[in-house]
Design a protein around this ligand. Sequence first.
Ligand SMILES: Cc1cc2nc3c(=O)[nH]c(=O)nc-3n(C[C@H](O)[C@H](O)[C@H](O)COP(=O)(O)OP(=O)(O)OC[C@H]3O[C@@H](n4cnc5c(N)ncnc54)[C@H](O)[C@@H]3O)c2cc1C
Length: 416
Amino acid sequence: MKAEYDVVVIGGGLSGYVAAARAAERGKRVLLLTDGLGSFPFLPGHIDVWGWAPLEKSPMVLDPVQGIGEYLRSQPDHPWGRLLDVLKESMEFFRTVCGSQGLVYNPAAGRNIMVPTPLGMARPAFMAPESQYVPGWDAADKVLVVGLAEYKDFFPLAVAQGIAGSRPARDVRTLTVSLGLPRHVDSFTLAGYLERDECREVFLNRVADAADGRSLILVPAVFGLEAAAKVLSSVKESLGVPLMEVSTLPPSVPGLRIYAALRRWVMSRGVTVTANVRVNGAWFSNNGCAGVTACISGREHKFAASSFVLATGSFVSSGYSWQGGQPVEPVMGLPVTLPREGIEGVDGPFLDGKGKDFMRVGIEVDDNLNPTGPSGEVICKNVFITGSKLAGYDFSVEKSGTGIAVASGYKAGNLA
Ligand SMILES: Cc1cc2nc3c(=O)[nH]c(=O)nc-3n(C[C@H](O)[C@H](O)[C@H](O)COP(=O)(O)OP(=O)(O)OC[C@H]3O[C@@H](n4cnc5c(N)ncnc54)[C@H](O)[C@@H]3O)c2cc1C
């Protein structure tokens, strides 16, 4: 079968889109097959490289490269051990691609910055969009936290308490304004409303008096989706006060902004994106993977290529399933590794910060992100594994998921 594409990327989450973008930038003919939005609606907008040191008593990390280095000494198989070589260039690539679509990230300074959580407490992140990080925000004295009456997933009082708690002398006020919408709306719908001039006008009129004399205004991160840059700069200009968006509960508009920016960019570079397609199998030749199959509108389709990026995510995105008490990789049948200590601790809330053994389930790879078998032998030289498919890490305790997705997607796009 003649290959129409050089690279087929399977999975359209963060790592799959970055892999497609990098391969396209290298002049490859790329097809991206995906079944859904992946984790984008959960992403807070920041890029996390390494925020917490799981083995330390005081775990907050300010220097992620140093933190990763220390962790790798006892856990050499952690994915960062194979990705540190592309950390800097992959972050710059991501920043350039997003920036070209109007989603501007502050340059990574190499050290973590502190950003507010939906509860107002500060937490470390490697890189943040300009709208979600105003340098010096945590020193602002007169803060106004604005909520929206129609939006129930943002809690101005909790944010205000979180911020005031970190420095009690601060003057932190809250205000909840109605946009005059007929009903409660989700973040995604609200972002669409706020792209309309008349809706923003209502917001500005209701906030103007309270904004007077404040040194910082915090709002939920819902101020526009595709047109967010324009929306935010017009609000900032009208209020005349620094404005910062705080990430919200899912669906997260900043995550969807990343999705929109990456998708626009890859399509402008000729990547064919086929959404709502579930890849259900692969066939192999002596040279490795020869192609993948998918059922589209009731008919089986075959996609041959020279290289494949397997970016189908973990359990949350159905990138793995459980069969007979074992994790299974359903597209290529690659071996999936369990943590050495086995699987325990699936009880308790998913993101309770304590970590879950099943998060570390995944495919083992070599330095080129090629899948390896039980003795470390490479299984397929033309298959590259990215993001949350990789074995041996737990983003929920490390605050590393988006960083690993960007770095591994970039590296796979380099090698595929
Ligand atoms: C609730 C939640 C909160 C999180 N918060 C953070 C955070 O604050 N900071 C952080 O750094 N990380 C966070 N993460 C982790 C982060 O989202 C992931 O590590 C990262 O986004 C994974 O990207 P990915 O591309 O590997 O996979 P995914 O985003 O899971 O994408 C996989 C894609 O593959 C598709 N797919 C799966 N199987 C197939 C198939 N057979 N055929 C075609 N397509 C298929 C899926 O539909 C999906 O589009 C969070 C994750 C979750 C679930």
